[in-house]
Design a protein around this ligand. Structure first.
Ligand code: HEC
Length: 140
């Protein structure tokens, strides 16, 4: 009986610790990602992710941001130069590649935008970014 209680307590403790670790990990990524955003994205996409009408698309609730991670990572690594339709508006300005960022910086900034501006999508890891670097396509 005592042994069983001890086991249950241990499981609860480990679960709480893991949960706390994951939560602090994601929030660390978000605050680092915010800094990357302020330096490399804010001038075009604006502090609140609202973009600039007819020039730079918003990052709020777009399927580009909250949808497929690979497509999103590719936008950062390769830039984007195709018509993008968001909220009945077509954007056609090219976005320059941000490939000078490290895998970790790309992961942090994408985690930030996927969890900000009213978005709530899963985090992006540095390994996921690494697998999309040119020359690594098709691997992993
Ligand atoms: C020089 C201005 C500029 C900068 C800097 C810039 N973008 Fe963009 N971004 C654009 C434009 C313009 C488009 C639309 C491209 C097109 O129509 O082909 C775009 C498209 C996007 C899209 C896909 C469409 C959408 O709105 O969901 C995402 C996601 C995105 N940018 C994220 C970022 C992130 C993250 C950064 C910083 C690492 C960044 N951008 C930096 C101008 C910029």
């Amino acid at each position: 009986m005592v042994f069983r209680m001890f086991t249950v307590l241990t499981i609860v403790l480990v679960a709480v610790m893991l949960w706390g670790f994951q939560a602090s990990n994601a929030s660390g990524s978000i605050s680092k990602g915010k800094k990357v955003y302020e330096q490399y994205c804010l001038s075009c996409h604006m502090p609140d992710g609202a973009g600039v009408p007819r020039l730079n698309p918003p990052l709020r609730g777009t399927t580009w941001v909250t949808g497929d991670k690979n497509r999103l990572i590719d936008v950062i690594l390769n830039g984007l130069d195709e018509p993008v339709d968001i909220d009945g508006e077509t954007y056609q300005n090219p976005m320059p590649a941000q490939s000078q960022l490290t895998n970790q910086q790309v992961a942090d900034v994408l985690t930030y935008i996927r969890k900000s501006f009213g978005n709530n999508a899963s985090a992006v890891s540095a390994a996921e970014v690494a697998s999309r670097r040119p020359g690594k396509k098709g691997r992993q």
